[in-house]
Write a protein that binds this ligand. Sequence first.
Ligand code: ZN
Ligand code: ZN
Ligand code: ZN
Length: 223
Amino acid sequence: MDESTSITLNDTAMVVDLTKIDDCIDDFSYEPKKEKQEVPMYIISDEEWLRSLPEKERSWYRSNVTTIEEIETRTIVCTACFKQTNHKKLGEVSRHPTLNVPLCKNCKNFYFDGAWTKDEEGSFEFCGWCAQGGELLLCAEKNCPNSFSSRCIKRNLGRSSLSQIENCDDWKCFECKPKQIREQRALYYSLHKYWQSIITKEEERKGRGQQLRLKGGRKKSES
Ligand SMILES: [Zn+2]
Ligand SMILES: [Zn+2]
Ligand SMILES: [Zn+2]
């Protein structure tokens, strides 16, 4: 089988597969596995993030993108504090450092503020999503120190997903199995596209302003 055939087949399989979350042991593990021990110190750029994704994942975001018009009129809440964000203003919403979902400025600062201490078993004592304490569910992946608060899971994925995760002895976290939060990630991707369109419009407007000034300048020198 050549490469193009295998990609097409996988894509078809994925479209069918992605219609529901039916299992706590998720198979959406096409992200490169890494041995994660510490939290990142900064957030890589959106461009760098998108480049790092497998084509399959990028194309899923492309086909599940929320339109610019819809983003314009929608209320976007932070996935960590659930407060409404001012997403139309550039820089008010960031990409979560490990989950790549929308995060407000306050929650981003809070994430990087203070030490990420671990318990005796080596799991983080703070939620990998909101960076707060609380009732934490631990990742079962070997070498993954992540834990996630039941509050974040319930708010973002709903009560039934939370109880599925609670009842699963082998739950792999959102960083290890990002398929679980693909919708939140697709929303970030849509925001990224929206901001790009704002920047493009702004540049066009500036360009037009420049042309008008040039015309005006000529007029003045003529008179
Ligand atoms: Zn927030
Ligand atoms: Zn949390
Ligand atoms: Zn994990």
